[in-house]
Design a protein around this ligand. Structure first.
Ligand code: NOJ
Length: 543
């Protein structure tokens, strides 16, 4: 694979200016995830694209975010919607061209928005040139050594080499044919069979990914979201594991050396370039091991996303997260939704209750120190869509590994009273059907309503910018009513969330209301399913 180099005019010169106080921008940024095929479609083919993103950037600037993370847009057969990359240094024609990417990046930077792109180092697409060469080569060849090929077990090698399971369901191995068309060696794929795992023990793989990072850094991107960051290495002995699942296979110690190398690469560039790990872990401590001072800048805090709707669960995650990131002097991140999970309004019960809780959880995370990641459409209060079987596209659904992720990936409703809701020009329909009820939830409908979820997100993000300025990162938990979590952030802000089923008495530390996720009708109390920010009262609780 020849990695093309960017030319000099693609330098990072246009990167938005650094904050005056020298704090790296990402330490407290709000970053908005764009699932590229579902955000905005400029050419009317029913699939989102670069030009669509560019056209809608003013909307994002107005929303008040600091950065966007764009999911993979590289040439790909799209078996896993771009997480199966056939060429890491180009744009898939469905999404545009490199020139369209550059134009989008320049426009984003012009609006003060940073751009994070996805890098997918755990596996390539089976349509990648390296894999085609590996299949055409003999067992034991250099070409095969870029992937994980092994002989099978049992008579004629017809059993997979071990008991590992794909995260998408089924065996993590597929048997390839030899050059005469006879079933021969097996290759490892922790996801779909069209996503063969790379062999990170082969130094060529590391060199290639350094070149890929540099290709995009030279073009001016501000950072990377690292797909399956915890999965690059698997145990070398390929031994059976007790459960065969990824928990006992991933998090191999060698992966940290890769991120130390990437840290050094990022540090060579100006503008506080960064990387955020997608690493699913069993504890905030393990998450923190990816963000030590000489490794990655951030890792998604999935513990916040996975917490059930309960003050105790939220409290535990806040305490453990801040403790863990404190130990490595990193900043925390917070996230409620992304393109792999059921949208949080639905997780929290759906309907009005789910929406009220979703708004409350958002306000709580925005009050915490660190940065927050939003998923497109959550600012509209969108719920998970029940996608009919004939429209499903997610390989995890077909392999039986999950109930499917299509339901959170339905294209955004922008305007109008019926699908496609201005997702693309004309009346052509998007790649997944949108529910008719979304007519009340379009960006245009919600922009006209000061009580809408969109208006609330805009207020919350604007207020966060104002409040965050000058607040230190300290968090002090307050002694609050049962079913609630309250904390003081720095010396200026108090946040309380009520997850109990009843209105709850506010703590004495809660002074004037700054913002609430639902109306506060009765002074001194916080309604159920509500969070609010207050100025910290100077008076403290007696005793
Ligand atoms: C995590 C991505 O977020 C997900 O969408 C993808 O299917 C897997 N990694 C495999 O790349």
């Amino acid at each position: 694979m020849q990695t093309p180099r960017a030319t000099a005019e693609h330098s990072a010169a246009q990167t938005p200016p650094a904050a005056a106080d020298q704090t790296p921008w990402w330490r407290d940024a709000v970053c908005y995830e764009i699932y590229v095929r579902s955000f905005a479609d400029a050419d009317g083919d029913g699939v989102g694209d670069m030009a669509g993103i560019e056209q809608r950037l003013p909307y994002l600037a107005d929303l008040g975010i600091d950065a966007i993370w764009i999911t993979p847009f590289y040439p790909s057969p799209q078996n896993d919607h771009g997480y199966d990359v056939a060429d890491y240094c180009d744009v898939d024609p469905r999404f545009g061209t490199l020139a369209d990417f550059d134009a989008m990046l320049a426009r984003a930077h012009g609006l003060g928005i940073r751009v994070i792109i996805d890098v997918v180092p755990n596996h390539t697409s089976s349509e990648h040139a390296w894999f085609a060469r590996a299949l055409a080569a003999e067992p034991g060849s250099e070409e095969r050594d870029r992937y994980v090929f092994r002989d099978g077990r049992g008579i004629d090698g017809s059993e997979p080499p071990n008991n590992w399971r794909s995260i998408f369901g089924g065996a993590a191995w597929t048997r390839a044919d030899d050059t005469h068309g006879q079933p021969a060696q097996w290759y490892l794929h922790m996801f779909d069979a069209t996503q063969p795992d790379l062999n990170w023990h082969n130094p060529e793989v590391g060199d290639e990914f350094e070149a890929i990072l540099r290709f995009w850094l030279d073009r001016g991107v501000d950072g990377f979201r690292i797909d399956v960051a915890h999965g690059l290495f698997t145990p070398v002995d390929l031994a059976d594991t007790a459960t065969g699942d990824e928990a006992s296979i991933f998090h191999q110690p060698e992966v940290h050396e890769v991120y130390r190398r990437w840290h050094r690469v990022l540090a060579e560039y100006d503008g506080d370039r960064m990387a955020v790990a997608e690493a699913w872990t069993d504890s905030p401590e393990t998450t923190a091991s990816y963000i030590r001072a000489d490794e990655l800048q951030q890792a998604f805090n999935f513990h916040w996303l996975l917490a059930e709707w309960s003050a105790e669960a939220f409290r535990d995650v806040v305490v453990q997260t801040l403790e863990a990131v404190g130990l490595v002097d990193a900043s925390a991140t917070w996230v409620l939704s992304n393109h792999d999970v059921v949208r949080h309004v639905t997780r929290y019960g759906g309907g009005e209750t789910g929406l009220a809780r979703g708004r409350a959880a958002l306000l709580t995370m925005l009050a915490l120190p660190g940065s927050s990641y939003l998923f497109q459409g959550e600012e509209l209060g969108l719920e998970q869509v029940d996608v009919a079987p004939e429209h499903r596209e997610d390989p995890a659904y077909f392999r039986g590994g999950s109930e499917g992720r299509d339901g959170c990936r339905v294209p955004l409703p922008w305007a109008g009273t019926q699908p496609p809701f201005d997702f693309g020009p004309g009346s052509g329909q998007p790649w997944l059907p949108q529910p008719a009820e979304w007519s009340a939830l379009t960006v245009s409908a919600q922009s006209a309503d000061p009580h809408s979820t969109l208006a609330f997100y805009r207020r919350a993000l604007a207020m966060r910018r104002e409040v965050n300025r000058g607040l230190d990162a300290s968090v002090v938990l307050l002694d609050t009513a049962p079913g609630t979590l309250g904390f003081r952030r720095g010396d200026g802000l108090v946040c309380v969330i009520n997850c109990g089923g009843q209105p709850a008495r506010l703590p004495d530390e809660a002074g004037d209301v700054v913002l609430s996720s639902s109306p506060l009708d009765e002074p001194g109390t916080l309604p159920a399913d509500t969070a609010a920010w207050f100025r910290a009262a100077t008076a403290t609780r007696p005793g």
